[in-house]
Design a protein around this ligand. Structure first.
Ligand code: ADP
Length: 489
């Protein structure tokens, strides 16, 4: 099959979260299964800087709505997978992040930026941009690509469209004036666009809704989250629409990059190790302690955090629970960036509990590897989690995830039974209520297992033996694509 994968970030060129990892790994896994995949994303300034000496070829140029847009073509690093970069300096050549000046403020022209991006994706999809290559499937990801299914809805011959929701909370909402400025057709496929049954969402335009309404199929990134978003608690107002599309909506879990996240061959950590040399993991802990706590103590339980700091990730719970957690024999090392309020609160906590809490603000791949390898456990108290990657990295590294049992976290972590020595095939610790007391109780259960080294080893080994590779997810996606093509006939 020919698949065009449209996304707004792509590891290692531009990344703010797990979507970038998926955009790299899923196309790679699909091409290993024999499919022809091409990726398309905007040519942000930081991405072009990252490319540096690698010269991109201009494959096509056009003018839409007075903007000059060019299609640059490169290959995904170390692969033969073509990547299209939509270049438009007025829209994408600016300092700051892909979505805004910083994480808290979106660019004021985001509707225009991503609508034009979607228009260019549509041209590629209709074989009107690059030489004779029309995909069978256009796989769109998150709201930034949300207009593609709408724009393709009545095209002929039409590739099938799949829309993947990586996070339902970010919907691409814009006011009616911005909707009008996009000059979309009034009616599409018999539906009036400015209507609650199409793109209108409580008086605003929703890119996410447009995608859900007009795609041939919609999925999200774990079976657990797919069930949760059908409820009012997790559905962000779209639960009714998602319920109404019935079997057109499903969940397919993400995998992880087993080569990048391999404790047996990780160039970024102090000492490599595996299930048969698990005793060597402690050298990573000692190196981590030395680097951040300036003291080494192999006995001490080190809790790590590698995360965006946003309300979703539940770190208000950790802050609330800190006075109790600090009464336990544990230290915390946090690597994260995001909301200024949360960043400040953790900096203050580090001052309050010197040499017990260390905070490294920022985004740093190397430190992320050091923490995942060196910590004993990884804290993931997310309010909701579509899939989550770090709990899978952690398990691969014999680092025990401690997480709220939601979405993909509940799907990929097997909870230890409370205070029992019979831990069977458990791989982590889950708590089932979003409360600081539930988090503290989970940490007490963790400590109980940690105090019994044989049990702890069993827990580590069980996690390390789990298979989180992309191959099985890619097979599920291929199956879903195929079902869309069959349905068309
Ligand atoms: P989300 O996409 O919601 O941020 P995921 O768990 O799906 O959450 O993916 C997060 C990805 O970003 C992981 O690859 C994780 O290692 C990485 N990450 C998050 N914060 C940081 C950070 N501060 N430094 C380095 N990597 C980070």
């Amino acid at each position: 099959m020919k698949i065009l994968f449209a996304c707004s970030e792509l590891y290692p060129l531009i990344k703010t979260g797990g979507l970038a990892d998926v955009a790299y790994n899923l196309p790679l896994a699909l091409s290993r299964l024999g499919h022809q995949v091409r990726i398309v994303l905007p040519a942000y300034r930081s991405l072009l800087n990252e490319l540096g000496h690698l010269r991109a070829v201009v494959a096509f140029s056009t003018r839409i709505d007075g903007y000059r847009l060019s299609l640059l073509k490169i290959n995904l690093e170390n692969t033969a997978i073509p990547v299209y970069l939509i270049d438009c300096p007025e829209l994408f050549d600016r300092s700051g992040g892909p979505y805004g000046e910083d994480r808290e403020h979106g660019w004021p022209d985001n509707a225009k930026r991503f609508a034009l991006f979607c228009r260019m994706v549509t041209l590629i999809a209709m074989d009107q941009a690059d030489q004779s290559w029309q995909p069978d499937i256009v796989h769109c990801n998150d709201w930034h690509t949300g207009l593609v299914p709408l724009l393709l809805a009545t095209a002929k011959p039409r590739p099938r469209t799949l829309f993947t929701i990586h996070n339902l909370a970010y919907q691409g909402l814009f006011d009616e004036e911005e909707f009008k400025a996009l000059k979309l057709p009034e009616m599409v496929d018999g539906k009036r666009l400015w209507d609650y049954r199409a793109v209108e969402f409580y008086g605003q335009m929703s890119f996410m809704k447009a995608a859900i309404v007009f795609s041939d199929a919609v999925n999200t990134v774990s079976a657990g989250y797919a069930r949760e978003v059908l409820t009012e608690q997790f559905g962000c107002g779209l639960e009714g629409l998602l319920q109404s599309i019935g079997p057109r909506f499903s969940g397919i879990a993400n995998g992880i990059d087993n080569r990048l996240w391999d404790p047996g061959n990780d160039q970024l950590i102090d000492t490599v190790y595996g299930t048969s040399s698990l005793h060597r993991k402690v050298f990573n802990k000692l190196a981590l302690q030395e680097a951040f706590f300036h003291a080494r103590n192999s006995e001490r339980l080190v809790l790590g955090v590698v995360s965006r700091l946003t309300p979703q990730k539940g770190f208000d719970l950790l802050l609330e629970a800190l006075p109790l957690i600090m009464q336990m024999p544990v230290d915390i090392l946090l690597l994260g960036s995001g909301d200024q309020k949360l960043e400040k609160a953790f900096k203050q906590a580090a001052l309050k509990y010197p040499s017990r809490i260390e905070v490294k603000l920022g985004y740093d791949e190397k430190i992320a590897h050091l923490v995942i390898a060196g910590a004993d456990a990884l804290l993931i108290p997310s309010r909701y989690e579509p899939c989550g990657l770090t709990q899978m990295y952690a398990q691969r590294y014999g680092t025990i995830p401690v997480a709220q049992g939601v979405g993909g976290l509940a799907d990929t972590i097997i909870d230890i039974p409370p205070f029992s020595e019979d831990i069977a095939d458990a791989t982590g610790v889950l708590f089932w209520q979003y409360s600081s007391s539930a988090l503290v109780e989970a940490l007490q259960r963790l400590e109980f297992v940690y105090s019994n080294r044989l049990l702890w080893r069993d827990l580590q080994r069980a996690g390390m033996c789990e298979d989180f590779s992309w191959e099985s997810s890619a097979k599920e996606y291929a199956q879903l694509y195929k079902s869309l093509l069959v349905a068309q006939r």
